[in-house]
Design a protein around this ligand. Structure first.
Ligand code: PAP
Length: 337
């Protein structure tokens, strides 16, 4: 069974439930969870400390139940708007470079004709209640590449029990708020009123954005990366922007596929970065005009691609409020933005 598209009339959540087959057990569970209006459509529900769009919950439960990790899998974990689209492209270009020569002029490279989202599928996107399926596990040779927005605590047990490597990308929360604000208004149904920046900001500060609270999400992976550095690689969007070559080489080492002296001499590092740059990807026909299978336009994943755009939008009061929350939440962790 495949999920129907979100109906354009946006019925209330429980009407929507009636249109898809959810077990009574899952309906009962969802009906007990705290609920809030979502920033895009429908509702968010708070499940074990994190806020999820309602229809994600059955998929998440099914993912936790059915997904079988392989020791060779690579999992990219992010909070939304942290640069997922970019890191998916980088991981794909890096790990599959034996099969696909990474170069912006290599017309056969899958990244030139596909958005990076389907190339590195989300664990929790394809899973549905009652289905014993795993996401289309890359029809390539191992390693399989997956991504997730799930917090560490909600990853399937098989991921935690395996030697699967996790790459965690996070981003300055001030840029996430601005990116999220633009994104919600791009994908929000046209019949709904536009979200104000103030509204998105206040939701974010209260932790009530999809997969939030942001700070709990980041801290889970941060602590794990300190305890198990051989398993969890932690990197910030801003660091990738500032020293992309350095962090790409670190990532390659971490994943057990370091660049050889020959590759270094041939400029493969620069070619991966050029291929995956905002300029290259955002100007591709597939990313200007294509859509994901969900119907979402690929172009919504490319806006500015810069660090520090928050300075153009957030007021001094907003900056003060968000900085204060971030400082309080991350206090003593050693993590700073
Ligand atoms: P998702 O988690 O919903 O998939 P995600 O890809 O994390 O979204 O967020 C999109 C952000 O990544 C956008 O940021 P902005 O709104 O501040 O501009 C988008 O522009 C940025 N982005 C996408 N591709 C790249 C890239 N190749 N390099 C740098 N940033 C990028």
């Amino acid at each position: 069974m495949s999920l129907p598209q979100i109906p354009s009339s946006l019925p209330q959540q429980y009407d929507y439930f009636q249109q898809i087959e959810l077990s009574q057990e899952i309906r009962d569970l969802i009906s007990t969870l705290p609920a809030e209006e979502g920033l895009i459509s429908g509702h968010l529900h708070q499940y074990q400390g994190f806020w999820y769009p309602t229809m994600r919950i059955p998929r998440i439960l099914a993912t936790q139940k059915h997904f079988q990790a392989h020791d060779t899998d690579i999992l990219l974990a992010t909070t939304p708007k942290s640069g997922t689209t970019w890191l998916k492209a980088i991981l794909f270009a890096l790990v599959k470079r034996v099969h696909y020569h990474p170069h912006p002029q290599n017309i056969d490279h899958p990244l030139l004709t596909n958005n990076s989202h389907p190339l590195v599928p989300f664990l929790e996107n394809k899973q549905q209640s009652g289905e014993n399926q795993i996401p289309d596990a890359n029809s390539y040779a191992p390693p399989r590449l997956f991504s997730t927005h799930l917090p560490l605590a909600h990853l399937p047990q098989s991921v935690k029990d395996s030697a699967c490597k996790v790459v965690y990308l996070c981003r300055n929360p001030k840029d996430i708020v601005v990116s999220l604000w633009h994104f919600t208004n791009r994908v929000r149904h046209k019949s709904l009123e536009t979200n104000s920046l103030e509204k998105v900001f206040q939701y974010f500060c209260r932790g009530m954005n999809g997969y939030g609270p942001f700070w709990d999400h980041v801290l889970g992976y941060w602590k794990e990366s300190l305890e198990r550095p051989e398993t969890v690689f932690f990197v910030k969007y801003e660091e990738m922007k500032e020293k992309p070559g350095l962090h790409l080489r670190r990532l390659a080492e971490f994943l057990g596929c370091p660049f050889s002296p020959e590759e270094e001499a041939q400029g493969v590092v620069d070619n991966v970065l050029k291929l995956c740059s905002f300029e290259t990807l955002s100007n591709l026909d597939v990313n200007k005009n294509g859509r994901l299978s969900t119907g979402v336009e690929n172009s919504v994943y490319f806006r500015q691609g810069k660090a520090g755009d928050w300075k153009n939008y957030l007021t001094a009061e907003m900056v003060e409020q968000l900085d204060r929350i971030t400082e309080e939440k991350l206090q003593g962790s050693g993590l700073k933005f």
